[in-house]
Design a protein around this ligand. Structure first.
Ligand code: NDP
Length: 313
C-alpha cells in the first residue's frame, strides 16, 4: 500500500529544504526525500562566505543542518531515502524508493546537479585518493604539493586559484588554447605566479602508485590534441573542474529538459510541463547555481505549489 502525501520534495539542498520550510508553514506537511547526499552539494564544502546573514561565514554542513531543523520545526518530515523511480504521467504522482511506494498530489523536484567527470577508469579508482571534483573540500590536503586542474571554465579557474593557497604549483590543463572562464577570472589566474597552463591537452590516464597499501596519484598521461604527442607529467593531485550535470535521469521522457538536461520551467515561476510538478534549484538552473538562488527558487516552488493546490480544490 502506497503512503500518500500532499507534497513530496525530492532533494535536500538549499532548494529542497527551503521549499520544505515554506510548504510546512503553509500546512502542506511536506515529506522530503533527502537522497544519497543529505544536505546536497554544500555538505561537501567548508566555509560558505556568501550566504546572506552570516557575516563571519558558516560551514556548509552546519548551514544545511540549520535549514533542515528550521523546516522540521514547522512540520516538514525528512526521509533519508533515495528515490529510485518516479511516474508523473498521471495523478497522484508515484514515487518509489526501491520497493517502497509513495504517492503525492504535488511534487517539487530539487535534485540539484553533480560534478561532471572525465569517465576514465583510473579517475574512478583514485577518486578520494588524489583525484577530486571539489577543491574547497580537498584543497587543504594539497599543502606544498603540485597538482593539476582539468577544464577551462570558471569552475576550473576558480578551483585553481583557490588551490594556490595550499599547493606549491597548479597547472590548468585545458583541451583548447583559450579559456572559457570570465575575463576577470582569467586575468587573476594569469597574474598568479603559482598557476601554469597546459593548452590543447587532454588527460588519457591518471597514473597512480600503491605504497605500503596506500593508494595515491603519481602523475597523468597527457595527449596534445594538435600534435598527437603523448607525455607523462608528474603530479600529486588531479582536480576535475569540467562543469556540472543536472540530476534529471529519473525524469527522462516525463519532464521537459533543455539540451544539457536541465529541467525547463515556465516563465518566472517553477512550473514544469507537467501540472503539479515544480522544479527548484540547480536542477533547473545552469546559470546562477548559488545556494542563495537555489533557496530563493525553493521558496518560489512552495508558493507555486500552494497556489496550484488551491486552484485544484
Ligand atoms: P563550463 O561549462 O563553463 O566549462 C566547462 C569547461 O570544461 C570548459 O572549458 C570545457 O572545455 C571543459 N570540458 C568539458 N568537458 C570536458 C571534458 N570531457 N574533458 C576536458 N575538458 C572538458 O562549466 P563551469 O562549471 O566552469 O561553469 C558553469 C557556469 O557556472 C558558468 O556559467 C560559469 O560562469 C558559472 N560559474 C561561475 C563562477 C563564479 O562566478 N565565481 C564559479 C564557477 C562557475 P571547452 O571550453 O572546450 O568547452
Amino acid at each position: 500500500m502506497a503512503s500518500h502525501h500532499t507534497l513530496i520534495v525530492i532533494g535536500s539542498g538549499p532548494a529542497g529544504l527551503t521549499a520544505a520550510l515554506y510548504a510546512a508553514r503553509a500546512n502542506l506537511s511536506p515529506v522530503v526525500f533527502e537522497g544519497i547526499q543529505p544536505g546536497g552539494q554544500l555538505t561537501i564544502t567548508t566555509e560558505v562566505e556568501n550566504y546572506p546573514g552570516f557575516p563571519q561565514g558558516i560551514l556548509g554542513p552546519e548551514l544545511m543542518d540549520q535549514l533542515r531543523a528550521q523546516a522540521q520545526r514547522f512540520g516538514a518530515q525528512s526521509l533519508f531515502k533515495h528515490v529510485s523511480k518516479v511516474d508523473v504521467r498521471s495523478r497522484p504522482f508515484h514515487i518509489w524508493s526501491d520497493e517502497e511506494e509513495y504517492t503525492a498530489d504535488a511534487l517539487i523536484v530539487a535534485t540539484g546537479a553533480s560534478a561532471r567527470l572525465l569517465g576514465l577508469p583510473s579517475e574512478k579508482e583514485y577518486m578520494g585518493y588524489g583525484v577530486s571534483a571539489c577543491a574547497t573540500c580537498d584543497g587543504f590536503f594539497c599543502r606544498s604539493l603540485e597538482v593539476v586542474v582539468i577544464g577551462g571554465g570558471d569552475t576550473a579557474v576558480e578551483e585553481a586559484t583557490f588551490l594556490t593557497k595550499f599547493a606549491s604549483k597548479v597547472t590548468i590543463i585545458h583541451r583548447r588554447d583559450a579559456l572559457r572562464a570570465s575575463k576577470f577570472m582569467q586575468e587573476k589566474a594569469s597574474k598568479n605566479p603559482k598557476i601554469a597552463f597546459l593548452w590543447d591537452s587532454i588527460i588519457e590516464e591518471i597514473l597512480g602508485k600503491n605504497e605500503n597499501g596506500k593508494k595515491s596519484v603519481a602523475g597523468v598521461r597527457v595527449k596534445n590534441v594538435k600534435t598527437g604527442m603523448t607525455t607523462e607529467m608528474k603530479t600529486d593531485g588531479v582536480f576535475i573542474g569540467i562543469g556540472h550535470k543536472p540530476n534529471t535521469d529519473l525524469f527522462k521522457g516525463q519532464l521537459d529538459m533543455d539540451v544539457a538536461g536541465y529541467l525547463v520551467t515556465k516563465g518566472k515561476g517553477t512550473a514544469t510541463n507537467v501540472q503539479g510538478v515544480f522544479a527548484a534549484g540547480d536542477v533547473a538552473d545552469s546559470v546562477y547555481r548559488q545556494a542563495i538562488t537555489a533557496a530563493g527558487s525553493g521558496c518560489q516552488a512552495a508558493i507555486d505549489v500552494e497556489r496550484w493546490l488551491e486552484g485544484q480544490e
